[in-house]
Design a protein. Structure first.
Length: 62
């Protein structure tokens, strides 16, 4: 049971880390805040208040 919890915890925090990095924020800071505020509560807060994803321009060859 503890092993399953640790695997899920790692997956959630990994997702939060990469999502924050993709949005231009410090992934370690956001994942740390999510962990220390209670993983489920912190994850819901991140999903609710995360910044919008900036669209990447598509290079066009002429």
């Amino acid at each position: 049971m503890i092993g399953l919890y640790l695997v899920l915890l790692g997956m959630i925090l990994t997702y939060i880390y990469f999502d924050a990095e993709m949005r231009g924020l410090n992934g370690w800071l956001i994942a740390g805040l999510a962990f220390f505020s209670g993983t489920i509560f912190g994850s819901v807060l991140w999903l609710a208040f995360r910044p919008k994803l900036k669209p990447q321009p598509i290079p066009v060859r002429s």
